[in-house]
Design a protein around this ligand. Structure first.
Ligand code: NDP
Length: 372
């Protein structure tokens, strides 16, 4: 045994168990005897320093594979505050007018767009043209046509396009997916997705059709749409949808308050979902198979997610969703890792095609076939 290996094993002492490793695999330790990550780090600039951007920035402080290094904002006071809070150098700060210059900044690998929905498309195309990887918040765009434009721009620029589907990395969700894939729930026959909350301030951008692209479906119903697909494990082939509106002043033309929608899947499984800005406490997924069931309640909030199946309580540990997501995004972008459930533009495009079909079904009161 070489002396370095003996040294490390002594150093680890009673605190941690380290396996016998070859010289090449020897880990490095910091002064608290913790293994220090030595792999590639995704250097990220956040665009849009609002409520969710703030949450992502905080969560990234616990990342080892991803680092917040830059910001893009229309609010100078936020830039100053974030610079001092996160130690961001002046040369990595941009506004919406000048951020194309990011192309000349070798210290930024990716831009995470966390602005109102209607801005994602053009901002993503500009980021792609600047040669940086694009991470977009959900919904990726306002409709499938826009989503396709984003995919094409990123392909042309040879950069990756990922979408902030944080639930795709959540441990209890992944356990249900594992059980379903392993056949432990039997043949899947039914999914129910309830997603909603009572929205406040009527002046916010989420209730402005120009900036939001719609109403509850764009913002919260998309979790049931996407969730139906990863829980059932298939893409729907038809959708029917019905809208109800109790407040036509708050929810103007084109801004949906509540939509119920149903899916049919190729296997014959069906789904029944509810998306609402008018009801509190809607956060439940229920998956039914002919051998068992899984329930996530809550299912898509920031967590901890709770769940049970016919085999008992799900006990996987909670980790801040945005931290895990950014670690995984780094591995996907820099190491070519394949996630269990995709998080790329094509995945998000399917949700946008479904949203288009939901609105079409509401408008025409007809079943709409889907070709995903
Ligand atoms: P906020 O309103 O809190 O923040 C949006 C930020 O975008 C603003 O603070 C502002 O930042 C910037 N911005 C640029 N142009 C405008 C404009 N015309 N109007 C308003 N803001 C503008 O929204 P959220 O952070 O809640 O949502 C942003 C995105 O993140 C949405 O697409 C949303 O769907 C998504 N989201 C995703 C979540 C998830 O769990 N995955 C959770 C919450 C939101 P600045 O002042 O720096 O320019």
């Amino acid at each position: 045994m070489d002396s370095r290996r003996i040294f490390f094993q002594k150093l680890a002492g009673p605190f941690i168990a380290i396996p016998l490793l070859s010289r090449k695999e020897l880990p490095l330790f910091n002064d608290k005897n913790k293994v220090v990550y030595q792999g590639p780090v995704l250097r990220v600039a956040i665009m849009g320093l609002g409520s969710y951007g703030t949450r992502v920035a905080e969560a990234m402080q616990s990342c080892t594979k991803a680092k917040l290094v830059g910001i893009i904002s229309g609010t100078p006071s936020k830039i100053t505050a974030w610079q001092s809070k996160y130690n961001i150098p002046e040369k990595n700060c941009y506004n919406y007018e000048n951020f194309d210059a990011i192309k000349d900044n070798p210290d930024i690998d990716a831009v995470y767009i966390i602005t109102p929905n209607a801005l994602h498309k053009n901002q993503a195309i500009r980021v792609a043209k600047a040669g940086k990887h694009v991470i977009s918040e959900k919904p990726m765009a306002l409709n499938a046509h826009e989503g396709q434009e984003m995919i094409d721009a990123c392909k042309k620029a040879n950069v990756k396009l990922l979408v902030g589907y944080r639930m795709h990395f959540e441990a209890k969700t992944l356990e249900v997916i594992r059980m379903r894939q392993a056949g432990e729930l039997g043949k899947i026959v039914f999914f129910q997705g309830l997603c909603g909350f009572k929205i406040g301030d009527p002046t916010q951008w989420r209730l402005n059709k120009q900036l939001a692209g719609g109403g509850s479906i764009m913002d919260i119903g998309i979790y049931a749409i996407n969730g139906a697909r990863y829980m059932v494990g298939e893409d729907p082939v038809w959708v029917t949808a019905q809208e109800t509106k109790t407040d036509t002043i708050k929810f103007k033309e084109g801004v949906d308050e509540t939509i119920q929608f149903q899916f049919g899947f190729p296997s014959g499984a069906i789904a029944s979902c509810l998306s609402s800005y008018g009801m509190n406490g809607l956060d439940r997924f229920y998956l039914n198979g002919n051998k068992g069931f899984a329930e996530l309640l809550p299912s898509t909030g920031y967590g901890p997610i709770k769940g049970k199946t016919n085999k008992g309580e799900l006990t996987q540990a909670h980790v801040t969703h945005q931290t895990v997501q950014m670690e995984e995004f780094s591995a996907i972008i820099l190491e070519g890792k394949k996630p269990i459930v995709p998080v790329d533009g094509e995945e998000a495009l399917k949700d946008l095609k479904i949203i288009d079909a939901i609105y079409a079904s509401v408008k025409n009161n007809k079943k709409v076939n889907l070709y995903l």
